[in-house]
Design a protein around this ligand. Structure first.
Ligand SMILES: *[C@@H]1O[C@H](CO)[C@@H](O)[C@H](O)[C@H]1NC(C)=O
Ligand SMILES: *[C@@H]1O[C@H](CO)[C@@H](O)[C@H](O)[C@H]1NC(C)=O
Ligand SMILES: *[C@@H]1O[C@H](CO)[C@@H](O)[C@H](O)[C@H]1NC(C)=O
Ligand SMILES: *[C@@H]1O[C@H](CO)[C@@H](O)[C@H](O)[C@H]1NC(C)=O
Ligand SMILES: *[C@@H]1O[C@H](CO)[C@@H](O)[C@H](O)[C@H]1NC(C)=O
Length: 423
């Protein structure tokens, strides 16, 4: 069996940039997912009147822990790979080996999770395209009554908001934009951080990671660890922890620079990249998605503030800059990307709709746009700049009352203190 596997591995070539781009999970840069087709979104007898948009911060640097491990584990591994390959081990070609030779990592620990240059670019371009689609509500001229900008108390969300305004307005106006002050406890943008019940029953509950753990110990994952190690020419099998670090680094380094593929991506063929992608998807499915209803019930707070903006006076354009955990819970509240069966560690669900590479990339965004029409108010939903039809509505341009009727109960019962109290 082992020799058959070796044979299969040896004939599959390592991954190319146009393959890996679909399997980078939460570290997918937005340029791989954005919608570059830009035109004004018009409906007969309707006018875009308000917009409410939630944006995940753009492409960022790794955590301090990952920066340290790249600096130690991966630097050592690089030399091991080069040594083994000098003995003609492994499947890397000479170009791939050259890329390893040139690789280094010297990230500053003080800049952990900072927004990168690419992340700034993502925000500017996203803002420019959004404005072109909705020119009526998004006037090029800034005015402090029409626009509202908020971000969480993090460098990456704050900088994302800042660069988004640079995309929306001219230089002088952008300097005068007023941002709502960020608060340490943010019950709107990071409600789950302060939900004691969710922290205890979901986030810190080992059960949440049960399926992911199971998949981590599965036959298919074992084969992947062997495949990665052999591809790199190693005479030992890497641990899951190290392969995870390689996968993350592949994502980060590819995301930071346009037209660049991190050498660490060469550790994977198409199959092993898919396996790592599924492994990460399992975590978010059970932590932030359909796995636990408390995760997404809390997102009623977001629906509530969105309806308040659309039904009352106040700013016409609201832009909120937050995190993966916020966006995923909102998408789940909207019943989007739901798989027929829960994701499990028993086998890889290849037809799942829940894919971080699609729905949780850097700069992921969800927008509701209020259209004032002859026959009443309607709401258009856009995810990653594409129109989506919500499952609770027959049409993409959904009557506001239809949406309100669907969410009314959960909004009226949206008492986070009550929902999150530990009994
Ligand atoms: C990386 O490693 C070098 C030496 O091994 C050390 O001097 C440096 O401080 C490390 N940098 C980080 C960010 O850990
Ligand atoms: C908002 O802008 C107006 C002028 O357009 C100005 O008078 C007012 O002070 C501004 N408000 C704040 C909070 O800066
Ligand atoms: C996977 O590998 C680990 C350790 O190498 C082993 O304990 C486990 O039994 C393997 N699992 C399967 C399903 O082969
Ligand atoms: C693996 O290769 C290294 C040299 O890179 C060598 O020192 C070590 O003995 C080898 N281990 C085994 C188990 O062959
Ligand atoms: C949420 O899930 C819990 C069990 O995990 C269940 O007891 C409860 O009825 C569910 N609530 C709703 C509103 O579905």
């Amino acid at each position: 069996m082992f020799s058959i596997l070796c044979y299969i591995f040896s004939i599959t070539s390592s991954i190319k940039i146009d393959e890996i781009r679909n399997h980078l999970g939460t570290r997918t840069p937005y340029r791989f997912k954005s919608n570059e087709q830009v035109f004004k979104i018009k409906y007969n007898h309707c006018k875009d009147a308000k917009i409410w948009m939630m944006v995940r911060h753009g492409t960022r640097l790794p955590s301090a822990k990952d920066i340290r491990r790249m600096n130690s584990t991966l630097k050592d591994l690089k030399y091991e790979i080069l040594m083994q390959n000098r003995l003609k081990k492994g499947l890397l070609n000479s170009q791939e080996l050259d890329a390893f030779k040139e690789w280094s990592s010297d990230l500053d620990i003080n800049q952990e999770k900072f927004l990168t240059y690419e992340g700034k670019d993502e925000m500017i371009l996203l803002a420019e395209r959004t404005q072109k689609r909705f020119p009526n509500v998004l006037k090029r001229k800034y005015n402090n009554h029409s626009f509202e900008f908020r971000y969480t108390a993090t460098q990456r969300a704050q900088q994302s908001a800042r660069y988004f305004t640079i995309g929306l307005f001219d230089k002088k106006d952008a300097q005068n934009v007023i941002f709502s002050p960020a608060t340490k406890v943010d019950m709107h943008l990071r409600f789950y951080k302060h939900c004691d019940k969710w922290q205890k029953q979901v986030k810190k509950n080992p059960n949440t990671y049960k399926e992911q753990k199971k998949f981590g110990k599965s036959r298919i994952m074992n084969d992947t660890l062997v495949s990665v190690s052999q591809r790199l020419g190693l005479n030992r099998t890497l641990s899951l922890g190290t392969v995870k670090l390689i996968y993350k680094t592949c994502g980060y380094e590819t995301s930071w620079r346009k037209h660049h593929l991190s050498p660490w991506c060469h550790a994977f063929d198409h199959r092993s990249a898919e396996v790592m992608e599924y492994y990460i998807d399992l975590r978010h499915y059970w932590l932030d998605g359909y796995g636990h209803n408390l995760s997404y019930r809390q997102a009623c707070i977001l629906m509530k503030i969105m309806f308040e903006r659309f039904r009352r006076n106040g700013p016409d354009a609201t832009f909120l800059f937050a995190h993966s955990g916020t966006l995923l819970k909102l998408l789940t509240k909207l019943q989007l990307y739901k798989s027929e069966r829960p994701l499990t560690g028993d086998e890889m669900d290849r037809n799942r709709k829940w894919r971080a590479s699609e729905i949780d990339c850097f700069a992921s965004n969800l927008a509701f746009v209020l259209y004032k029409c002859k026959d009443g108010d309607h709401i258009l939903t856009m995810h990653q700049e594409r129109i989506v039809k919500l499952p609770m509505c027959d049409k993409e341009l959904c009557p506001l009352t239809t949406l309100w009727n669907y969410f009314r109960e959960s909004i009226n019962d949206c008492d986070i203190n009550d929902m999150c109290r530990l009994n």
